[in-house]
Design a protein around this ligand. Structure first.
Ligand code: C2E
Ligand code: MG
Ligand code: MG
Ligand code: MG
Length: 292
């Protein structure tokens, strides 16, 4: 009866409070560099250009894994990192790891492959964010044109002017800005012209609709054509089926990402995937004598 229900609820609540506490503990240890070697790591999902037929980049996706917690999805730990502000040190570690990956690609002769990094509003509103990013770019000798930053539309719901200033500053340095999950959030097609950015990542929601009944199909093609009119490139996310790929090709979408191409991969597998699917633009000089 009632007592049982209340008791059951408490147990569930306690379990979720404990799990959140364990995640906070793990994030705090990572932030403080306490014996957390690979607790935070990145997977990389290839992005295919439909214009060139080549892999043109990867999206870096954060993962948390500890003995106690197992593998934790970013859907679960990023909001906790944002709430506790651990997203600031964690976000910087994500950037450093993604830049190390870019440098490995460069060493293998892939000069033109980019990496796309998800950045939270908390990071973007941190006054030191842009300068810290520029410093890392310089120190790690990364080409800023190979760096893209993904922001969700909700970012623009907060301090619109300061957000736009940061974005303008980043773009002036050659960094690309992409709007993630476009079409699902705060802004819309009607407001797209106010967004001074480079790319629209069309949310999986619309890509899924391509498999359904006909009338919905128009929305994806509208997003693509309006984006092109405004000078924005388009990336379809969550592409899983050939039917979606055919539609996207036919309607001039620039790039696709999704399980049809590949799931997110560990770093070594991402490099193997690239070597299997994409010849380097520059010959691999790793074994040359210039360093000896
Ligand atoms: P997102 O940026 O929209 O990333 C795309 C998500 O869709 C990823 O989930 C990816 O694994 C998944 N996905 C890609 N292709 C397919 C597909 O064909 N089918 C299906 N069903 N799913 C697909 P993931 O890795 O769990 O990441 C979830 C979200 O967590 C990301 O959504 C992003 O918003 C956030 N996130 C991940 N890494 C970071 C990070 O380093 N910093 C911040 N602030 N957020 C991050
Ligand atoms: Mg993203
Ligand atoms: Mg996305
Ligand atoms: Mg998404």
């Amino acid at each position: 009866g009632k007592d049982f229900a209340i008791c059951f609820y408490d147990e569930e609540l306690e379990a979720s409070v404990n799990r959140e506490r364990d995640i906070v503990e793990a994030l705090s240890a990572i932030a403080a560099d306490r014996k957390t070697d690979n607790h935070l790591f990145l997977q990389y999902q290839p992005i295919l250009s439909l214009k060139t037929g080549r892999i043109c980049g990867f999206e870096a996706l954060a993962r948390l894994k500890t003995a106690k917690l197992g593998l934790v999805s970013p859907v679960e730990f990023i909001p906790i990192a944002e709430k506790t502000k651990f997203i600031l040190p964690l976000g910087e570690k994500v950037i450093v790891k993604a830049f190390c990956f870019l440098n490995k690609l460069k060493e293998l002769g892939y000069d033109e492959i980019g990496v796309s990094i998800n950045i939270s509003i908390i990071q973007l509103l941190n006054p030191t964010f842009a300068n810290r990013l520029f410093t890392l770019i310089k120190e790690m000798e990364v080409n800023p044109e190979n760096v893209a930053i993904e922001l969700t539309e909700s970012v623009f719901a907060s301090d619109y002017d300061s957000i736009n200033n940061v974005i303008a500053h980043l773009r002036k340095a050659g960094i690309q800005i992409a709007i993630d999950d476009f079409g699902t959030g705060y802004s819309s097609l009607a407001r797209e012209k106010e967004l001074k950015v480079d790319c629209m990542k069309i949310d999986k929601y619309f890509i899924d609709k391509l498999l359904g009944v006909d009338p919905h199909n128009a929305i994806t093609s509208d997003i693509i054509s309006i984006s092109h009119k405004l000078g924005h490139c388009t990336i379809a996310e969550g592409v899983e089926h050939d039917l979606q790929l055919e539609y996207l090709k036919e309607h001039d979408c620039d790039r696709i990402q999704g399980y049809l191409i590949s799931k997110p991969l560990d770093e070594d597998d991402a490099i193997k995937f690239l070597e299997r699917n994409c010849t380097p633009t520059r010959s691999n000089e790793k074994d040359g004598t210039d360093h000896n």
